[in-house]
Design a protein around this ligand. Sequence first.
Ligand code: NI
Length: 206
Amino acid sequence: MRRVRIAAYGLLAVVAALWGGYWFTNGGAKRLGLDGDALGVSAGVTVGGPFKLVDSAGKPVSDTDFRGKWMLVYFGYSFCPDVCPTELQVIASALDGLGPDAAKIIPIFITIDPERDTPEIIGGYVKLFDDRLIGLTGSVADIAAVARAYRVYYAKAERKDTTQYLMDHSSFIYLMGPDGKLRGLYRPGSTAQELTATLRTRLAGS
Ligand code: NI
């Protein structure tokens, strides 16, 4: 357990370093946005990548299905008591703020709790927040692979008092460009207004 936590902090440190590096490089001006090209060169770390998952109908879905569209990707789980609902609400509000341009962006929620989040459950869950949200799940191995690609940390947090468990997980929102490359990284607690503003800038520049 301890080793898992150390590894987890390592991953968080990588994400934090990436984010901090961008803050620094961009002088804070684009504080919530990253330039995909610069990311690959200066950080030498790729965030994001191919995935093979299933949607709420159990239909296979891969990253290439979304090429040509922007993806706003968030990882969490439907049993999450606090953070996930907040962040999904932020995503929904941010898209509302964009108006018709929101159609260029596909919001995607990927579970890191595939044992409980079946296609049906994940589908029903995301619809509570926004009809545009696409919920994805997959096998334990496929979820582990996509989480690794996105540098997402997650782990079961067992509780003594009940058979239910919570999941610890990192909570960044990823903006992927029409080419599938990382174009923005939003830290936990970003507001819908901040997302809308940087999304608008990104869409205008594409
Ligand atoms: Ni959560």
